[in-house]
Design a protein around this ligand. Structure first.
Ligand code: ZN
Length: 87
């Protein structure tokens, strides 16, 4: 009878340890996942923020000749390509 109580306590301890382990492990996984998502988000936002910095806020490269043109320009000043359709 005494042995059964000891075994019962031992099993209860194992279950408690396993639950605690699972909770801690899932918490670690969640923080790792959150960190990965944050890194991906930083990468996406960073690459988006870098893109206009290359050609300037109001400038972009002509798709035809890579000449730096204003985003408000209708045609490329270098090759005359229509950059966008206006009404
Ligand atoms: Zn051009």
């Amino acid at each position: 009878m005494f042995v059964l109580i000891i075994i019962g306590v031992f099993i209860a301890g194992l279950i408690a340890y396993w639950i605690l382990h699972e909770v801690i492990q899932s918490a670690i996984d969640n923080s790792a996942m959150a960190r990965n998502i944050q890194e991906i988000r930083d990468h996406l936002v960073g690459s988006k923020a870098e893109e206009p910095a290359v050609s300037g806020d109001d400038y972009e490269n002509c798709p035809g000749c890579d000449f730096l043109v204003k985003k408000t320009d209708r045609v490329c000043a270098s090759c005359g390509l229509a950059l966008r359709d206006w009404d």
